[in-house]
Design a protein around this ligand. Structure first.
Ligand code: ZN
Length: 115
């Protein structure tokens, strides 16, 4: 009887260690809705990453398209911190504003960066 109890406790402990971030889409309590973007990680902070991607903008005067860059800040959940590095190609999804600049959450890593 005693052994069974100990096994159950260790299982619970492992689940807790995996993530304690309340802004985690998997373990936390935050709903994800709205737009999603894919981009390259250019900066990494504790709990936050910055991604960059290109978009095309039509210039009427020249009847041509120009390239513009967009930067977005996204929440990096604790359980994904070691997985995502600078240079990786990742997907982010919109959520409610977490802070003044963070309105997105990292969903998954699409591919690693080249070194
Ligand atoms: Zn998590």
């Amino acid at each position: 009887m005693v052994e069974v109890k100990i096994k159950k406790q260790t299982k619970k402990m492992k689940e807790k260690v995996s993530c304690a971030d309340k802004f985690c889409p998997v373990h936390g309590q935050i709903s994800i809705r709205g737009r999603s973007f894919k981009g390259k990680v250019i900066r990494k902070f504790p709990k936050r990453v910055t991604i960059e991607f290109e978009r095309t903008l039509y210039i009427k005067k020249y009847e041509r398209y120009a390239k513009r860059k967009t930067k977005l800040h996204a929440r990096l959940p604790e359980c994904m911190f070691s997985e995502i590095q600078i240079g990786d190609y990742i997907e982010i999804k919109e959520c409610r504003p977490i802070s003044k600049i963070v309105h997105f959450i990292v969903i998954k890593k699409i591919r690693g960066g080249e070194k």
